[in-house]
Design a protein around this ligand. Sequence first.
Ligand code: S3P
Length: 441
Amino acid sequence: MLTVSPSPPLSGSLALPGDKSLSHRAALFAALAQGESVIDNFLEAGVTRAMLAALENLGFDYQLAAGRLTLRGEGLDGWRARARQTGPVLDCGHSATTMRLLAGALAAAGVPAALDGSAGLRSRPMGRIVEPLQAMGVPVRSTGGKAPLNFKARNGRPLQSQIFDLPVASAQVKSCLLLAGLAADGPVTVIEPGPSRDHTERLLGGMGAEVARMEIPGGKLRVELQPPATPLAPLNLSLPGDFSSAAFLIVAGLITPGSEIRLQAVGLNPTRTGLLDALEMMGAGIRLENRRERQGEPVGDILVRHTPLSACRVDGPLVVRMIDEFPAFAVAAAYAVGGTVVREARELRLKESDRISALCRQLRSIGVEARELDDGFCIPGDQKPAGGKVDPSGDHRLAMALAVAGLAAQGPVKVGHPEIIRQSFPGFQEALSGLGAKIDD
Ligand code: S3P
């Protein structure tokens, strides 16, 4: 049980663990590249360990020490050379990113393997990758649209060039199909209804692949990958801090009276920072400093000062740009003046938990009024949570958001099963207590 009690002002400056999305991609893309990749500030957490274990099971050795990952790849031929007749079962744990991105790489390599995971991961939709992969000619089957997924060997035939018009913006689906496109007989094009995170495009572009991304009429985005003629170049990166982890500390600083904190070298990729736009609408006291481009990704320091917030409405393309931040955002909304409404966010029901229903239920259990809508939620403002016990429903982001809600509540918030936090933000408790929060494990 993690107990967070009403706390004095938070203050101080800290660096965050490496970005989760970039860590997943860096490890997998290193195995697809030709040569040795070195990645610093790699996120050592439950979900990224699932990716590394799967790569190890496929025959890739790696070293990971003091946040530095070293991994050598030999292009798609390296995957084929390591392939076993009976493909291994790769346990993706709780990580949908591991499963969906690995699926794209397995499709390109054409090697046999099965992808499986926790009960939670087995309940997540996989038809959204399996059907388009089958349309490219990938011999893959799901289990009723879910994991386990079974890939058969594909004897060297290229995959078919395709144009996919996705019904939902999803960086995982887009990345899966672009990775499969590495072995296609022509371009693979993904049209997405909104701007999902573009780390895959940036990284593959930096590794020598030709990836074009353009806006098309109707606010949609078109991403096109040409199958590269030469192997991908290895990576040499130092990853920025994870904006999605920073989100919890940003909200902590905003709601805890008198706080002033600095979060150093956080990733500020605009496809990820929708929360900053939403908080700006709410009047939040946030400043960005030391902004720079580092190895193809925008990075900077985030300065947060406690500010009284006012309500806002979130819908449309902004939803995609803050898709992982709704648990943290909902806590800010509870403390704001006026009613906050989130719409067009049905996708939240398909995350690590049903993040509409579980979030509203858990907020109510600490005395925050929160109403579930079919495609979002609304939270009447001016609420100071009473405190109480919560069950984060196996969802790391719910656990962290509810913990943060305790910082300015009337009484302590006790979060059950806090070990789930280590899936994405090991050191969360230490980070908050280092800023002065009252936390007991
Ligand atoms: C991720 C994409 C998002 C996000 C997840 C990480 C990624 O999922 O929720 O935490 O790294 O590509 P969707 O693409 O399914 O929206």
